[in-house]
Design a protein. Sequence first.
Length: 572
Amino acid sequence: MNAVTVSTAISTGRVQLVSIRRKSLDTARLRVLWVALLFAFVASLAVARIFYLGLSDKAVITTSLHDALLPPRGEITDRNGVPLARAFPAYALWFNPKALGEDGAALVKTPQQVAAELVAIFPDLDEAEIAERLASGRSGYLRRRVLPEEANLVQGIGEIALEMPQETDRHYPQGSMGAHVLGFVAADGHGRVGMEAVLDERLLDPATRGDPIPLSIDMRVQGALEDELRKGMLAVNATGAAGVVLDVDTGEVMGLASLPEFDPNRIDAEGEKLMFNRVTNQVYELGSTFKPLTVAAAIDSGALTRMSQTYSGLPMRVGGFTISDSHVIGQSINVPDVLIHSSNVGTAQIVDQMTPAVMQDYMRRLHMNERAYIELPARGFPIWASGKWPRLRAMTVGYGHGIAVTPLHLASAYAAMVNGGIWRPATLHKVAEGKEVRGSRVFKESTSSRMRQLLRMISLYGTGRNADAPGFRVGGKTGSAEKPGAGGYRKTTLVSTFAAAFPMDNPRYVVIAMLDEPRGTVASSFQRTAAWNAAPIVGKLVPRIGPILGVQPDEHRDVDISDLKPLVGDHS
């Protein structure tokens, strides 16, 4: 082979090698491109999926995150934002007998020793009951709502079987105050009895539970109301007490108390017995507190036109029944004296003037024939005689017998009587300015104006003198009614009530104070009637709550009663 041939062969080999390398390089580049395209495709799908999920599940994702940050149940506050019920991180005391193993002993110490140490931390526990529970080997709660410092003491006992799981609990920072308004939350997480039950759905709804729900209650007023009722109840050894403070223009309940109260933080058998609400659920014959409503109906209907009109003050016989007063006021009495001296006889004659049908109609207008209007689930049914009232029935209703209603019925009726004549339902919701319920007219403005005069006179000259708070222009009426029992009325048991409003020259609030079965004691000058026990409660309460509610004392202002004052005591 010559040199030319060799050279040509070498050149050809190099060309082939270069061609092979080029093809390999092209193949590699093509593979890289396919891999890149595959990755780009997958990435595109991923981005598209993320974008799709972002659009379609945005609300779900946001809601889930929102839910995770929210407490399990919404907060309830008073009208000023003071917390009344809120979710609270707490510990529980759980007995786990298997903490030391399936076959080993549940406790290091004896059940009796552990029970004694637990009672030293929680004095209200029953030592024998706890010891029996520990000895039985049954797992479960020994206690709910354990404070952090108490949890530390439990851990100091050194028993692994005493576990302290952390839970979210419902806590009532004000303790038992306002218990009958709030109610409580049961073990199933749902509200019971009070506004916890009414608002249950809203408090659990993720869309609304992040915003506190304000009630109409002012806790400063609530505290003062409970305090004065409690002192009044204890002073005369009454079995119970009830009270309400009501805004006459909006129907807002500023305070509502039923005593004895329960503690919503610790619901036990004793607490369950005290959940009955005397303000909204128990009906009473409220006695002479009805007399001003009767006079208002007579004035409004046109049956009574002159305050100087006189009536016989002597007992009267109607249908085999004698209507009489505790004492003979006089041979004849006028309208102011009927109220000032709380005359059953005079009131019965006023009812007679306007007829039973008119009397019954006004009671209906005041919703005395229906359950109390308020959001609470527990509302008592009035004892109301159906059909047309006969003469005697209308007369006895006129002075507060033969009809039984709740103290809240009475509060709403008095609000209508003094606010210009408009009846509105009571509410535990805070009402925005200008958003109050329109209500229904019961009395004329002129009737309401006259009743403000008469109610003020009772506090100045009549049975309501012990309720008169200097500068606050209190007006109101006492009522002392015997409680019914087997075979008739029980002479020794009374329901004593004072129904009031203030300030009477421009009424803002109605106050009802009621005592169940008060006894004559030194504090009440051994008297059992409302003038001596319920009226003083109002007299002490109004100066406490007036400034809180924006009513300042002013001894230079009062209701003009100049046209009625000459009639006082004019009965011969």
